[in-house]
Design a binder for this molecule. Sequence first.
Ligand SMILES: [Zn+2]
Length: 472
Amino acid sequence: MKKIVYIWLLIFGALAGPARAQSRAVAFTGVNVIPMDKERVLRDQTVLIKNGLIAEIGPKVRIPKDALRIDGRGKYLIPGLMDMHVHMLSDDADYPKSIAADELRVMVANGVTSVRFMIGTPEQLVLREKSARQEIVAPTIYAASPHLTGREQGNDFVVNTPDEAREAVRKSKAAGYDFIKITTFIKAEVYEAAVDEAAKIGIRVVGHADSRFVGLERALKARQQIEHLDGYLEAILADDAPMKGSVSDLYIYNPKNWESIDYVDERKIAKIARATVEANPFVDPTQHFMKYTFGLPRSEESIRAQPDFKFYPKKNQDFYIDYLKKTPLNKVPLEKRARWVEIKNKLIKAIYDAGGKIMTGSDTPEFLWLYGFTEHREMKALAEAGLSNYAVLEAATRNPSLYLGTLDKVGTIEKGRRADLVLLDANPLDDITNTQKRAGVMLKGIYYPQAELDRWLDEIAPRLHNALGETE
Ligand SMILES: [Zn+2]
């Protein structure tokens, strides 16, 4: 009996979910394809999509009579974008969980077709399943565990002994999370236990590398996938620097720590880049977030002019605008902050040059940077760090797929791959910001013209803005 109910729910889900039947073939005609298998453009192609997969690509492909034809002349087709560091407003207890479906649509409307949530919640696991079954219009979801931390911070496992760490790792794996997320204040022996347990039961460790407790050397030894370039500033301080600490992670907020910027020894960058690639070549610097939240200051005017500003509840808008006026970072000389950005850029470029696989991560939606929109800002920030436009596209498509172990399914445009695609009006290899000139997004074979996606955004903005039920 139970089984029958389940099947009916599935059928209902299929009807109530994505607006269009999937059985109809779709053909992009006359389109320039950037397949991302290597740096090249295939001109004037037909790309035929059937049952959510890329069925054929070529200059001459027979198109079924009833197929939906999309005129791709003068346009560019790239794989769907993958954001490897995302959170949601609805992760926060203040927000209703019901806004999650809108949040996920904002990502899709910006061409993001896969995401990795970096602080897990049980709700994300439910959304992951709903997305996989196409009951909701959402990117393919990966979810790291609630974060392992030494101090209570919410959505966490507070771990202060090796046993607590091992238990948190086992519980996370049993609950179905895809990764173990580590953040801050974890003692070295507790970290070692978490990493050891994770290796034993077969789940990867991702996240911060707290420079005061864990340190980059230990995190690299553990082959952890490191976010935000945590611990790198400390690792490249001159041997005779009068301090050991620098401005990774939460230590960024103490203006005193910024004195260390003057003691960076740039000659150490190449060596640490090589060590990174040997340990774990996958690096997600979340560079836009770091650069424009802590590095270069933002004016209130520029914040209010952001297209994603209106999606935030007023309380949230006011909080961050006020915070950015009062942040202790304002006591840090602007030259030091700019120098920090420059050093981070050099680290990214050096890791890339050493063979590293850079991945895009927006680290949204804190500080009024919204997911979806900020994926494109991250791509621009990586280009500004010195990566070629092709390397940036790799960071947003094939590198995350390679990391997730799904490159045979998605992340390139090849026959048999999942049809997660973005159609652009201009060539992103000429200018990476052309990823923002979208004609449409295809999610698992279903095509949404950008005009429709823009309508979603127009409808969703006031809903998210009012999500806290404030009266203005
Ligand atoms: Zn984060």
